[in-house]
Design a protein around this ligand. Sequence first.
Ligand code: ADP
Ligand code: MG
Length: 233
Amino acid sequence: MAEALIRVKNVRKVYRMGDERVIALDNISLEIHKGEIVCFLGTSGSGKSTFLNMVAGLEKPTRGEVWIGNIPIHKLNEEQVTLFRQKNIGFIFQAYHLMPMLTAIENVSLPLIFRSVDKKKRNKMAEEALAAVGLKGYENRKPTQMSGGQQQRVGIARALVGTPKIIFADEPTGNLDTHTTKEVMELIISQVRAHKQTLIMVTHDRSIANYADKVVTIQDGNIINVEVKGNED
Ligand code: ADP
Ligand code: MG
């Protein structure tokens, strides 16, 4: 098998709050291959978001290494890591994190501004991304003029526009009902598969795990189980 795309080696993260130490991640090691869909499953407080933040370079591990390809994420400074993220990573959040003053198409265009795509091309790409998530005709809506499921579709279009190599999703369906959860998950998976992207999602919702190639159970900052589902292409 080819070398892993993402390599996490003995990552530990300890937060200090006054005299108290919180071990958010104890000792995590894991490899993720290109095109894999991985689901991190764990209860609230088990370290899921901390893990994602570590891999995305949003926070530095207390100890250990995070490699994406040949880039040592744990060693990059803030500017380097921001550039890397803008170029290579798309994010989907539980609370959508759309800009309230911007329309759907403007929200989806944002990541492309950071990638220096010109305005005409940005609009075209954003329009296509919105159409791909079933939101043709919603280009000029503001977030408050859309349902939760529609807002998350905009969030997905924003994460996927320009096809970044890696998609991170933190509780992507946490604010959605069961029916919309199914729709949104099927959409994320079909888009990610179509573009052979790598998806890392974290959730406490066991039903989400069914969509993954690999299910990693995390408890108290440690991986306690890895299940390979073998439905990868
Ligand atoms: P999850 O996403 O699985 O709910 P988190 O990764 O957010 O869990 O948190 C793991 C543990 O680390 C929790 O005990 C949480 O309270 C703690 N924690 C997370 N972020 C911080 C922080 N910035 N400062 C202190 N403790 C934190
Ligand atoms: Mg979390």
